[in-house]
Write a protein that binds this ligand. Structure first.
Ligand SMILES: Nc1nc2c(ncn2[C@@H]2O[C@H](COP(=O)(O)OP(=O)(O)O)[C@@H](O)[C@H]2O)c(=O)[nH]1
Ligand SMILES: [Mg+2]
Length: 632
């Protein structure tokens, strides 16, 4: 069954609440004060089901808003989630100030569908009704409620005249309402919090995206509190789940009514992030009485949330009435905002609606080049272009899929689909969870190879650059560096030996006699096993002088081909590896070994055994316990 949420809008006393009651039978004025004074103060709710043209049923949730100018902020908390509006204009009064203000708000919110209802048709004669209709059609021309595309219907809630026609028109219009995405990340902006006898804490709201099920855990924004859904109601009926586009009530465990309030939002835990900064595109109403100045303080409304914000304009010192601009909003309190969210701005004082806009980026990063380009793409680009821009702006550190979700509110599935597109276009590369900007990645690869090449030219006696040093020169995050390095290795442009990175097959460039000596030293130790010769003897047997020989030994030690076990003793890496293997095998027989058994096992004298055991202790292969060693 399709569900949509219908909002009312219009000036006070024009018959909004009466119309909702005439349609649904429900009095949306639920507060005692509202009933006593006969005016709507806060949001009211009602619901009804109508047969749709395709034989299915259509479920309509109503959000009835107050028309009084003092309660526009309550109206704002209600209209954020609606799919469809009934713009109510009384035939005996025609267009009044809050008709205009509410209609401005609906347009700023980007609402696409609605019906204009001329109420109290019984209170005027046919001629007056015609005049009002003309006036209203003129007022709506060129807007989403232009009478060329959406009906202007006269009704009387008193006599019932026109109500059937209105219902039919609502069913037809509802068919054109784009259903909200039930698979998106769930988001419920809270509009009411109360306790219900036998249930405890209950919150209500219009579920603007996703699905919430009984027993789901949710996170409260911005407090971060975790709650569990004990039960759900949709349009007044118990339900196992609520989906986007439904008026939803949740019975929550884990939070008291004092801890929750209108303006907070419920979302799946650890999926999104709150913010105090948002880059936006905003528009000042043509009817605004003065320009919006840089650094002005305003009231910001988004869904049910409201806070004070400072507007920092980009590239201009003020926005004239009717003009648009990019700006950064600095919120006094953290809130949940996502790209695409519509918001309303009201003047700080006196409080009147002056404009609104759309969030482009609620996770701005510092000192970004081409910031303007990024905002333009965010405002006008398709999802793939936006994804590419978001990856590109983090070209040195990349962005993980979950981080991208937190920035955009997009699900993993949606991101994967965009990635396929972006990948085809050669714009984004993926390494596991990490997304990298392809051109930046290619540049980094070239950079790495050039750095290695350059290093080797300048240090012919060293067989490669230390990985750590290469990383520092590459100016990329550790993760991006590792991923890129791996790619360059796979492409066989460089190779990694131990801690060193070098051009393939490019060991130390040595003169013939030097490389011959190096080989001799290596061979002398490799063939000796643990019964190593004295280093000075090996050096004495070479054709080159001592200083050059010592340099080669230093390189061999640094590359960990040779390992110094004590001041006098140097071993080949392979001999020590073999020793470790022997000890592991020995451990199967005995958990401990003493010096005598060690000599037996390895065939070395005491002069070698003691330094070797001390080396093994340092390496945490063994641990000294009294005279023996425990094998770890
Ligand atoms: N004659 C007549 N009076 C109406 C009609 N609809 C509403 N009213 C009256 O107009 C007043 C304001 O109606 P209400 O629904 O509270 O207006 P709201 O402020 O827009 O919600 C009430 O006294 C209603 O009884 C109508 O269709 N015909
Ligand atoms: Mg009312």
């Amino acid at each position: 069954m399709k569900s949509i949420v219908v909002g009312t809008a219009g000036h006070i006393d024009h018959g909004k609440t009466a119309l909702v009651k005439a349609l649904t039978g429900i009095d949306a004025d639920r507060l005692e004060e509202e009933k006593r004074r006969g005016i709507t103060i806060d949001l009211g709710f009602a619901h009804m089901t109508l047969p749709a043209a395709n034989g299915e049923m259509l479920r309509l949730g109503f959000v009835d808003v107050p028309g009084h100018e003092r309660f526009v902020r309550n109206m704002l908390a209600g209209v954020g989630g609606i799919d469809f509006v009934l713009l109510v204009i009384a035939a005996d009064e025609a267009i009044k100030p809050q008709t205009r203000e509410h209609f401005d708000i609906l347009q700023l919110l980007g609402l696409q569908r609605g019906i204009t209802v001329l109420t109290k048709s019984d209170a005027v004669d046919a001629e007056t009704l015609d005049v009002v209709r003309l006036e209203v059609e003129e007022f709506l021309r060129g807007t989403f409620l232009d009478s060329a595309q959406s009906p202007v219907l006269a009704v009387s809630s008193l006599t019932g005249a026109g109500l059937e026609e209105l219902k039919r028109a609502m069913v037809m219009a509802a068919a054109e309402v784009q259903p909200r995405d039930a698979r998106a990340i769930a988001r419920l902006p809270i509009d009411r919090v109360f306790t219900m006898k036998g249930f405890g804490t209950v919150v209500t709201g219009t579920l603007v995206a996703g699905t919430i099920r009984r027993d789901n855990e949710l996170e409260v924004f911005p407090t971060g509190q975790r709650v569990r859904v004990r039960g759900a109601q949709v349009h007044g009926d118990f339900a196992d789940s609520a989906t986007a586009g439904q008026r939803t009530a949740l019975n929550l465990v884990g939070a008291s009514t004092e801890e929750l309030s209108r303006g907070m939002t419920l979302v799946p835990p650890a999926s999104l992030e709150k913010t105090r900064r948002a880059d936006v595109s905003l528009r000042l109403l043509a009817s605004a009485t003065r320009p919006l100045k840089n650094r002005a303080r305003v009231h910001l409304h988004c869904y049910t949330m409201e806070t004070v914000a400072e507007v920092v304009l980009y590239g201009t010192r003020e926005v004239a009435p009717g003009e648009k601009a990019f700006a950064r909003l600095k919120l006094t309190e953290p809130a949940l905002l996502l790209p695409g969210d519509r918001f309303i701005l009201r003047q700080f004082s006196p409080v009147v609606t002056i404009g609104g806009g759309v969030v482009l980026d609620a996770a701005p990063i510092a000192r970004m080049p081409e910031h303007d380009e990024f905002l333009k793409t965010s405002a006008e680009g398709n999802a793939t272009a936006i994804l590419v821009a978001r990856v590109a702006r983090r070209n040195h550190e990349g962005i993980s899929i979950s981080q991208l979700t937190a920035e955009t509110g997009w699900t993993r599935n949606f991101i994967e689909a965009q990635l396929t597109e972006a990948g085809k276009a050669g714009r984004v590369a993926r390494a596991g969870e990490l997304l990298l900007h392809f051109p930046a990645l290619e540049a980094l690869k070239v950079d790495i190879v050039a750095t290695v090449e350059d290093f080797q030219k300048k240090n012919p006696l060293v067989s490669g650059i230390q990985k750590q040093e290469l990383r520092e020169r590459a100016r990329a995050s550790a993760e991006v560096f590792e991923v890129t390095l791996e790619m360059v290795v796979r492409e066989k442009k460089i190779e990694i030996v131990g801690d060193l990175v070098r051009l393939p097959g490019h060991g130390v460039v040595m003169k013939d006699e030097e490389s011959e000596s190096k080989k001799k030293i290596e061979d002398a130790f490799a063939s000796a096993g643990l019964k190593v010769p004295a280093l000075h003897e090996v050096i004495a047997g070479l054709k080159i002088d001592k200083v050059r020989a010592q340099k080669i030994v230093t390189l061999l030690l640094r590359d960990k081909v040779l390992v110094k076990v004590s001041d006098e003793l140097v071993f080949h890496r392979s001999a020590l590896q073999e020793l470790r293997r022997q000890l592991v095998a020995y451990k199967a027989k005995s958990a401990a070994i003493d010096v005598g058994r060690f000599k037996e096992l390895t065939g070395v004298s005491r002069k070698y055994a003691i330094p070797l055991l001390e080396y093994l202790d340092r390496e945490r292969v063994t641990r000294r316990v009294g005279d023996a060693r425990e094998i770890l």
